[in-house]
Design a protein around this ligand. Structure first.
Ligand code: FAD
Length: 386
């Protein structure tokens, strides 16, 4: 193997974690009856508070966190199985997604005992929803230049500034925001901190932004002299950059970076099978999807293995995200070409609506969670090229 490449040992799913799959599938069968594919295709953009609470009751949230805080005390592989099944079925996971994927583990790792006891059990029950306030109008890829500022007051902090593209801010109870607590944008990584606070406080104005598919899931969030308690600070003051880097590791390492178009692929394949279509272009498209998915899934599982061993996944997660989003974005085009090759076949309305939806939103796959160019920059640095 080329010595430039970091080792990414393949990992299997231990039998005790694989054994969870039938239970998750049964839960999904019960809760997703009759949901059309164009709705399921939204999956981690789909918000359904009752679904998230039902998952909490089933004990399927915060799977990797200790039981004493309401977590499942399970491995990252168990969480992989749960997330993979949710995405494959197109479950509406947006409600609990942020808490389950990153803010819960962040609080567990950097929070005080009081913060753990306050937030984690509620997250595990699917009772509170979180959003991530990182990006700003002039700080997206260049996150270190955030300008939203918290200044010390006698009772805590006063916050001023603006966040943008904050997914589900208008439906969340809390926001986890990266802010400047000292210095200026020229200080870059120094002087940044993370704060967690209620989205309902006076001085917070949330404006949903409509996307090209007509959905309003992300928002602009304005802070005008918002008074925050001292314990809004999570972790250490000034350690925001290191904490946010750890958080992005959780955000970028999951199987969601390969499954965004899977409901479309499944729906198309089911219709091809039902119609008995046997055409070279269709077969090649199906083979392409299955082959690439198998390799990406193995890579994503390998990242779960590294997480389980508490090893850094920054580089490997960037590989999977870059290759995974390329794959997800290619699927609608492959399916369009395959449909054109069989003009005698009439696709269902559901398939056509799903294809239209995924085609429209697929450009966002390589933006959210860090753009393609940023992933490649991380890879180049990790390989010693910059
Ligand atoms: C669906 C969706 C949901 C999102 N949800 C959230 C959320 O919940 N919370 C949140 O904080 N943010 C969220 N974001 C924002 C997302 O993280 C940013 O859009 C992303 O980081 C890019 O930042 P930007 O939009 O400011 O683009 P810019 O940083 O301005 O980038 C514009 C272009 O320039 C390229 N570029 C920038 N810098 C470099 C460089 N150094 N080298 C090479 N190319 C470069 C980029 O790759 C991109 O193509 C979401 C975005 C999307 C699309």
């Amino acid at each position: 193997m080329n010595s430039l490449l970091p080792p990414l040992p393949l990992a299997g799913i231990p039998p005790e974690d694989e054994a969870m799959r039938p239970r998750v599938r049964a839960f999904l069968r019960e809760h997703l009856r009759d949901v059309p594919p164009e709705v399921r295709a939204r999956s981690w953009g789909g918000f359904d508070a009752e679904f998230s609470r039902a998952l909490g009751r089933e004990g399927l949230l915060l799977l990797t966190l200790p039981k004493e805080y309401g977590g499942g005390g399970r491995s990252n592989h168990a969480r992989f199985v749960m997330v993979e099944e949710m995405l494959a079925a197109g479950a509406p996971v947006a409600g609990h997604w942020v808490a389950d994927r990153q803010t819960g583990p962040l609080i567990q790792r950097f929070g005080t005992e009081a913060q753990r006891r306050f937030f984690l059990p509620k997250m595990a029950r699917g009772e509170v929803f979180f959003c991530i306030g990182m990006s700003e109008p002039d700080a997206g890829s260049d996150l270190a230049s955030v300008r939203t500022r918290a200044t010390r007051t006698e009772s805590g902090w006063r916050l001023n500034g603006r966040k943008i593209w904050t997914s589900n801010a208008h439906r969340s109870d809390y926001i986890c925001a990266l802010v400047r607590t000292s210095g200026g944008p020229e200080d870059r990584h120094k002087g940044l901190s993370q704060l967690i606070f209620s989205t309902k406080l006076p001085g917070i104005h949330i404006r949903p932004i409509r996307d090209i598919a007509g959905d309003s899931h992300f928002c602009e969030v304005l802070f005008e002299d918002v008074e925050l308690p001292a314990d809004a600070l999570i972790g250490e003051e000034g350690s925001g950059w290191a904490q946010v880097t750890a958080e992005l590791g959780y955000e970028r390492s999951g199987p969601e970076r390969i499954y965004s178009s899977i409901v479309l692929a499944d729906t198309w394949l089911a219709e091809m099978r039902a119609a008995g279509i046997d055409h070279p272009v269709v077969n090649v498209a199906a083979g392409r999807i299955a082959g690439r998915l198998a390799v990406l899934r193995a890579m994503s599982l390998a990242v779960a293995g590294k997480l389980e061993r508490h090893e850094s996944t920054e580089l490997e997660a960037s590989f999977v995200k870059d290759l995974g989003t390329e794959f997800e974005q290619a699927i609608p085009g492959w399916i369009r070409d395959a449909l054109e090759a069989v003009p005698q076949f009439t696709p269902s309305d559901g398939l056509l609506r799903t294809l239209a939806f995924v085609t429209r939103i697929s450009p966002t796959f390589s933006l959210r969670g860090g753009t393609r160019q940023i992933m490649r920059g991380i890879l180049a640095r990790g390989l010693g090229l910059r």
